[in-house]
Design a protein around this ligand. Sequence first.
Ligand code: CP
Length: 405
Amino acid sequence: MEFYDFEWRLNRSLNAKLAELQRNERLRHVIFSAQFNRELLNHLGTIADMIRQFHKSRKGRRFLGGLLRNQRAMLYFTQPSTRTFLSFTAACQMLGIACNEVRDPSVSSEAKGESPFDSIRMFSSYFDIIIMRSVVPNFAECCAYLMNELDEKDHRSVPIINAGSGADEHPTQALLDVYTIKRTFQFKDPKDSSRWNRLDELRRKYPDLTKSLDGKLYGFCGDIGRGRTVRSLASLLSLFRDVSICFISPPHPKMRLSPDLRERLIKRRVKIYEIESFEDTIEGKPAIEAVDCLYMTRIQREHDTTEDLQAYQGFDLSKYCLSRELVARMKDYAPILHPFPRDSRIGEIPNDIDSDPRAVYFHQARNGMWIRAALLAYLFDVDQRIASRFQKDFAEYHDYNIGVL
Ligand code: CP
């Protein structure tokens, strides 16, 4: 198998592809963030919350660890990763899934000329799921089609999870981002009581504030065009009502919003602002003061060509960095997210912002473990076991509406 074998499939519209990535009304492979709807996002968030709760006790951890004890996962990460690789590993271990990895193809038989598609087929012979990251765009998508072809011929076939693919998609990052935003917009505070709670306090200053992701203005800042996390998250946010998104990026076509994402968001009735600075105004207010949530990103220097470097010489990249002064002007409740890694050479988020209560990026990274565990539980069809056991053990303390998905 080679890439050209999949060409006609790759060239179809996104909508035409989605059905092929499902089986029996459930996701089989996870390749695009567009595969998730609001119902599934809610479901995975609820399962993630339940897993967190079980994980607090030894008995709960034993229950989780017994769920998928006989399953095995291959983590095939040929592009560097800290968070995605380790949080998937931790999530697998939590559910009892044994993990193995190939991170450097020079120590696998690819060094002897084996094609990456043969490697994937080999992994599917030994493992029950393949979680993969590659610098090659669409590779994970092609691997999903390969698995479907094997399935049609009654050969062994396993689910594929895209853990970051070229500059196009990082769907599980978008899952953890939405999960983090949802949790942050609960506006919970340890000091909440019957006489005082944080949300009521915030509403004195922001009377229209709600817990919903609907109706909010989301800011994305940095390398918008080359950031796969931006593409995946912006697509998911478009599932919510009356959403506005402002993209703050250097004025270069590679770093600005890409035409296809712009078109997709407009089709979904997202109001878009494309600006070059935190000081540019949105409906009369500087962007930094207007956003309800700010998603910072790294300038992806590793993709620069010699021409890019020349073009960027005139740019003041410090305009795409936060400072304490800027954060002081943000709304009191607006969370600051970053998919990480942040670039310490450019300093888009200086360390002195880490202690601000709005800086949620370390929680965001940990949330990756819970939501990825929930996703694995869903893909292996043990999510309802988690929900049933939770209802039995904790129903009196929680009011989750446990639907069937
Ligand atoms: N956010 C993210 O994908 O981080 P890693 O590259 O460390 O996996």
